[in-house]
Design a protein around this ligand. Structure first.
Ligand code: NCD
Ligand code: ZN
Length: 356
């Protein structure tokens, strides 16, 4: 990675990967895959479709649909995941492993988030399947929030760590896990002190925003996601973790498109779309923390190492050139508002078009 000086005009890094993204399916794929493939060489693709991707056969078909949506001139490798249910048999884990295309199994506590209604009520009922994951060395990717309605929504992640994650790691001493889209100081502390088999992804929006962003001048549905944004002290802990150079923390955008009409509604959907500007947003965070030289590890190296995949041999260049995020993006299924809609961005991707 080259960083010219304290305030560089250009930043060249190993091509990053996105270790947590929602691409959705069908006619919106050219839109989502187009954005993600522009800057990421690979992405861990979440399985919370309707119906969810619960089998290797479904994951491989979904992978083919994604590959057909990759724009010409881009290399993009979708890394597939399975949606864990209480009926996922250990044999499915064997199939996933031997496919070579499935890189994780996702645990959604039932009802925790978008399309999580088929998720797991009691993770102990999955013990045999998780033993197969240990034996085959397939990581468990975790949406780490309890769903107990008596637990305050802002406490659901740290209560999950105490009540669910700690016991799970004790029951399964070889299991590798990724605590996804962490949002609290407690998650940072837990992952930091845990063994090397425990890692975490961090989104750009949890690094940039605190929970005030949900209420600035009125209710802001486009800043609503799960886990919900937390207090400033938590955002600071996430920035410190992401920029620390600790390889347990790596990039996962959790870019999660929902159409404008579904966000601006009496019961708005959870999810923030950031794939249109992801690496540029992370660059902003790292620059503000005085840690641009650590962006490459977080964005392009540590995730590949954890997933036991080679680091990319391609490069990506950013330059300090201001642009404005469109106030609305048209997808094949309707309009959506991306993160930073209508607002300026200091960093731009240098694409073939801008270098020519
Ligand atoms: C995600 C989605 O819309 O699929 N939403 C979100 O708020 N992050 C699901 C998830 O990752 O929780
Ligand atoms: Zn997600």
């Amino acid at each position: 990675m080259s960083v010219e000086n304290n305030a560089p005009e250009r930043l060249t890094l190993r091509k990053p990967d996105d270790w947590h993204v929602h691409l959705r399916d069908s006619s919106i794929l050219p839109f989502t895959v187009g954005h993600t493939a522009r800057q990421f060489g690979r992405a861990i693709v979440m399985p919370n479709l309707k119906p969810p991707v619960t089998t290797t056969a479904q994951a491989l078909e979904y992978r083919d649909r994604i590959l057909r949506a990759v724009p010409q001139g881009h290399h993009f490798d979708p890394l597939m995941t399975l949606y864990l249910t209480e009926r996922t048999p250990p044999s499915e884990i064997e199939r996933a492993k031997s496919s070579g295309k499935v890189h994780g199994v996702k645990w959604y506590p039932a009802g925790a988030t978008t399309n999580a209604e088929h998720g797991v009520q009691d993770i102990r009922r999955c013990d045999r399947t998780i033993e197969a994951m240990e034996a085959n060395d397939i990581p468990l990717l975790i949406h780490g929030e309890v769903t107990d309605p008596t637990v305050d929504v802002f406490d659901r992640e740290h209560v999950f760590i105490e009540q669910e994650l700690s016991p799970l790691l004790k029951r399964h001493p070889r299991l590798r896990v990724v605590l996804e889209h962490i949002s609290t100081r407690q998650a940072v502390e837990f992952v930091t002190q845990a063994p090397a088999r425990v890692a975490a992804t961090i989104t750009a929006h949890h690094l940039l925003l605190n929970r005030n962003a949900l209420f600035t001048g009125g209710l802001r549905p486009h800043h609503y996601c799960l886990p919900v944004l937390k207090r400033e002290e938590h955002r600071r802990a996430l920035v410190a973790a992401a920029t620390s150079g600790n390889p347990k923390f790596f990039l996962g955008t959790d870019s999660a498109p929902h159409l404008r009409r579904d966000k601006e509604s009496a019961c708005g959907c959870a999810g923030i779309y950031s794939a249109h500007a992801a690496i540029e947003l992370y660059a902003e965070v790292f620059e503000a923390a005085g840690a641009l030289d650590r962006l490459e590890g977080f964005a392009s190296s540590y995730g590949a190492d954890f997933y036991q995949l080679p680091r990319s041999s391609e490069l990506l260049t950013l330059e300090r050139r201001s642009w404005t995020v469109p106030s609305l993006l048209e997808t094949q299924q309707g309009a959506l508002l991306p993160l930073r809609a209508g607002e300026p961005m200091p960093w731009s991707l240098v694409t073939a078009d801008t270098t020519a």
